[in-house]
Design a protein around this ligand. Structure first.
Ligand SMILES: Nc1ncnc2c1ncn2[C@@H]1O[C@H](COP(=O)(O)OP(=O)(O)O)[C@@H](O)[C@H]1O
Ligand SMILES: [Mg+2]
Length: 437
């Protein structure tokens, strides 16, 4: 089954902790090169990495690395994977050399000379050769991360996984660390997770955006940025008041104090260019904010829509009109038509039939009344003014009300058919479908 090409296939992977879904149906293919996994804290990055390293197992789905299943071939996976965990601390009393020597022995490198050469070359790569005999306990944050990378690459892994390696490093150390990862990524898959866009912008060929356990983007960074083309603007302002206006109207990406005033970078559609408003060339950071905001907006819109629909449905259910509607649709079929035009109490072409039939078809009446009840009532009573000053999109409100009416209509139609069939059944049982009118 083993192939030469390095490849990770993640198929329909779900991971739950109790009832909580930390990852929801993830599908992803990762090929050789640097892969950036981007997401807020709590998005599920560490969870995904622990699944790839076979430290934990998916609740559903499977992960195949170079032909090996992380559930069934744990030892093979350990042989090809190097991992630098997010919370990383090493034995402080060991020197850099002693620690790596220990790890090399665990990797079955028995020959002392071979081990020594390997460790020195790796210490050189991670720029720690000058402190090879110093105790790790005295290392800086950046140096500890580098020793972490060194232990992860001792086995020359096909897949190198580093979980938020730049967290807590100063800007200079971060840049150095990223450069080092790029150097190490030859003929390997390197997966780097981060919540800092800058970490992946220069180095990763492929990226994925994880948001609350679901993937909201996978692809190249260029395509990611293209999604915000034309939506990023820079507005120059000098007044604090205008700044507040801008903040209320648009999503602010960043602000910069300049000689002309404050330059605000925002996300927005269809702004008009003038001396103070200019279209900006988008970057990865803009894309990230756009994706996060956009999802938040859509989520909010739907959540509000269903809240309104639920509340209105409840309100209709308690109204007098609702019970009129129920009586109409329950008793109409008894008197007049039913879905298959038989078993009713009047002949198909009699006057009574037409009268009742028409009345029955007018079961739309309750619907019209409902619409009147929930919309025009609002207008008359100024309830509108109350509702529309709540922090909710008018779209969610109006659609929510329609959804409530529609659900109610479906419910009544359902009742109508249930009772039609029920009456038909009873009438047939008692052989009284010889018509009474
Ligand atoms: N062992 C666990 N038990 C219960 N919940 C967990 C466990 N590990 C992680 N979680 C939850 O899963 C979600 C994703 O966590 P994690 O993968 O650590 O996110 P990230 O690394 O992106 O910050 C979080 O809400 C976290 O609280
Ligand atoms: Mg994490």
């Amino acid at each position: 089954m083993k192939t030469d090409e390095n490849k990770i296939t993640i198929e329909n992977v779900t991971k739950t902790y109790g009832k909580f879904k930390a990852l929801n149906n993830i599908n992803l293919e990762i090929k050789e090169g640097m892969f950036g996994l981007l997401g807020h804290n709590g998005a599920g990055k560490t969870t995904l990495m622990k699944l790839i390293t076979a430290l934990t197992e998916p609740t559903k789905g499977r992960i195949i690395i170079n032909g090996f299943d992380t559930k069934k071939n744990k030892m093979e996976i350990k042989n090809i994977i190097g991992f630098l965990p997010q919370e990383f601390s090493v034995y402080p009393d060991l020197t850099a050399y002693e620690f790596l020597d220990y790890i090399a022995k665990l990797n079955n490198i028995r020959d002392k000379n071979k081990r020594s050469k390997l460790i020195e070359s790796i210490l050189n790569k991670v720029n720690l050769l000058h402190v090879r005999d110093k105790k790790i306990g005295g290392f800086s944050g950046g140096m500890k991360r580098r020793i972490g990378i060194a232990q992860a690459v001792i086995k020359d892994p096909k897949v190198l996984i580093v979980d938020e390696p730049t967290a807590g490093l100063d800007p200079e150390e971060r840049i150095r660390f990223r450069t080092m990862l790029v150097e190490l990524s030859q003929n390997k898959i390197v997966i780097l997770s981060t919540h800092i866009v800058e970490d992946i912008s220069a180095s990763c060929e492929q990226i994925a955006l994880l948001d609350r356990g679901t993937l909201s983007y996978t692809g190249t960074p260029i395509n990611f940025v293209n999604k915000v083309e034309g939506k990023v603007w820079e507005i120059c302002t000098e007044s604090r008041k205008e700044l507040i206006d801008i903040k209320n109207k648009y999503s602010i990406i960043s602000m910069k104090q300049t000689q002309q005033g404050i330059r605000v970078r925002v996300l927005g559609e269809n702004l008009k260019e003038n001396s103070r408003i200019k279209k900006a060339v988008p970057n990865l950071e803009d894309g990230y904010i756009y994706f996060m905001e956009n999802k938040k907006e859509v989520r909010k819109l739907f959540r509000n829509l269903f809240t309104v629909a639920g509340e209105e449905f409840n309100r209709i259910r308690k109204s007098f009109l609702f019970w009129v509607g129920v009586i109409l649709v329950v008793f109409m079929p008894l008197i007049v038509n039913n879905p298959i035009q038989a078993g009713c109490l009047c002949t198909a072409n009699s006057v009574a039939y037409y009268v009742f039939r028409t009345t029955c078809d007018l079961s739309v009446i309750p619907i019209v009344l409902f619409i009147n009840y929930i919309f025009f009532y609002d207008d008359k009573t100024e309830m509108n003014s109350v509702i529309f000053t709540q922090p909710i999109e008018s779209k969610s409100y109006v659609l929510g009300k329609f959804l409530a009416v529609f659900l109610m209509y479906l419910f009544l139609v359902f009742l109508k058919y249930v009772f039609s069939f029920l009456f038909l059944f009873i009438l047939k049982q008692h052989r009284i479908h010889q018509f009474l009118f």
